[in-house]
Design a protein. Structure first.
Length: 479
């Protein structure tokens, strides 16, 4: 593992060094491009061309003294230059045009050698061999920069540098971005594969990465982990299937002895002896309770392992609620309990998609949950509201409620909810588990809210398909 990380960072450092080298070469090339191309500024011609033309127009007059032509004078005036002619024999100035006063009248060979390549009294000077002597052409101070045989207009050079710096900076940034994109693509590709593989493992999906490159051993480890997890998942599925089948088998086998016990209990309930009749009623009640628990266990197991056959159809929620509440009241609701059914306008005829039998079972479980957990009685409220394209069903009671820890258990429970009090009745919790599974099948959402000794409420939100009237309107009409 550490070998791959070291290799990864070595490659990263190589890319950084490559970036530095590329930028250095680029900047060196741009600097060289500026250095080898002399710039003349505002002059139409280079100083070399000007001095050549001036030299051509500098001839001896009839009196034997050098004289500059009108064209040469115009050229000097336009370029802002001055000129002197140095005698080859005496090194004295024998002719000048607008020469500055600080220019000496005599020069030594050393002076001539110096200003021939650089400056004369801080004036950029250019020389040309004339038949009458050495012609020197000077320009204003700070107008040109001389570097040997190269010359540059200082104002233009300053402008060029000012414009070149942003350009060079932009090119540097562009090169950095290109190198970053290329290096990022090359270096992040294996990292993306690793992240994708780990994400697939977290979602319980098989992973098969190509085992090549610097991280080939790591890819192989991820593939091996995926294979191991797949094998374990298959084994768990087989165990879950066997568990569900075992529960279904036990549930089926226990129904026969329960039916026999229930038959004898019904016989005892018809005896004249009061004690025997009460014993029969107790046996009958507990037998029915055991059968209900067995049915709940079987149904919860099938729902959890997706083995329960579903018959999805349109369900009229209002009618289903009325039927469940009516059956609860008709089956003999003790007087310490009351049930109020409240609904808003627009709820009538609203249809949702689900299994009608399972939905009724869920509603019964919720109402019975309020009755079972409040032996001293409570008021049960069933409220139905339509909000946009959703139906909100609220079933609540004002009984003993549940504390924060118990409420958290209910929200996260998958099977059993143990009561923390040792002497209290241990409730199996399958009723609410079944409700959550049924609501999930119907693409709905369920939330639990409670406060100790005040209330317990369950809210179910279901998507509305259409109303019964809309469904009838969509049916084909007979001609």
């Amino acid at each position: 593992m550490f070998k791959h990380i070291r290799f990864f960072f070595r490659r990263y450092m190589v890319l950084i060094m490559l970036s530095i080298v590329v930028l250095f070469i680029l900047n060196l090339y741009l600097g060289y491009a500026v250095a080898v191309h002399p710039v003349t500024g505002n002059l139409k011609e280079s100083p070399g061309a000007i001095i050549e033309k001036v030299s051509g127009g500098l001839l001896k007059s009839e009196s034997g003294t050098p004289e500059l032509s009108e064209e040469g004078k115009t050229l000097l005036a336009e370029s802002g230059a001055w000129a002197i002619l140095i005698d080859n024999a005496t090194s004295n100035i024998i002719w000048s045009d607008h020469a500055p006063p600080e220019i000496p009248s005599h020069f030594t060979p050393t002076d001539i050698a110096g200003f021939s390549r650089y400056y004369l009294k801080d004036y950029p000077a250019f020389t040309w061999e004339n038949p009458n002597g050495l012609l020197v052409l000077g320009f204003p101070k700070d107008s040109y920069m001389r570097l040997g045989d190269k010359y540059y207009s200082i104002p233009v050079l300053q402008k060029t540098i000012t414009q070149a710096l942003p350009l060079m900076l932009a090119l540097n940034l562009l090169v950095i971005m290109v190198i970053y994109i290329i290096s990022g693509t090359l270096m992040m590709r294996p990292v993306k594969n690793i992240v994708a593989g780990l994400e697939a493992l977290s979602r319980d999906r098989p992973v098969k990465l190509k085992e090549k490159g610097a991280f080939s051993e790591l890819f192989a480890s991820i593939n091996q982990t995926s294979a191991i997890l797949s094998e374990k998942n298959e084994a768990l599925k087989k165990k879950d299937s066997a568990r569900a089948n075992w529960i279904a088998g036990v549930s089926h086998d226990i129904r026969t002895p329960l039916s026999i016990i229930l038959g004898y209990a019904e016989g005892l309930k018809t005896r004249d002896d009061t004690e025997t009749r009460q014993a029969g009623e107790t046996i009958s009640h507990q037998t029915l309770r055991i059968r209900s628990l067995v049915n709940d266990l079987n149904l919860a197991s099938k729902l959890e392992y997706e083995m329960q056959p579903l018959c999805l159809e349109s369900i009229d929620v209002m009618e289903c609620l009325r039927q469940v509440i009516s059956d609860t009241l008709n089956n003999g609701l003790p007087e310490q309990y009351t049930i109020d059914f409240v609904y808003s306008d627009g709820c009538g005829g609203c249809l949702v998609k689900g299994d009608d039998r399972l939905f009724e079972r869920a509603l019964v479980n919720l109402i019975q949950n309020s009755i079972r957990h409040n032996p001293d009685g409570c008021d049960i409220l069933v409220k139905l509201e339509k909000r946009g394209e959703k139906l909100e069903l609220l079933i609540s009671d004002n009984g003993i409620g549940a504390g924060p820890e118990k409420l958290e258990q209910i929200r996260n429970a998958t099977h059993y909810i143990q009561n923390e009090q040792e002497n209290a009745v241990q409730n199996h919790g399958l009723g609410l588990f079944i409700v959550k599974k049924v609501v999930g099948v119907m693409a709905g959402k369920i939330t639990f809210e409670s406060q100790k000794n005040k209330y317990f409420s369950v809210k179910i939100v279901l998507p509305v398909l259409l109303t019964a009237q809309e469904k009838d309107a969509n049916l084909p009409r007979e001609e």
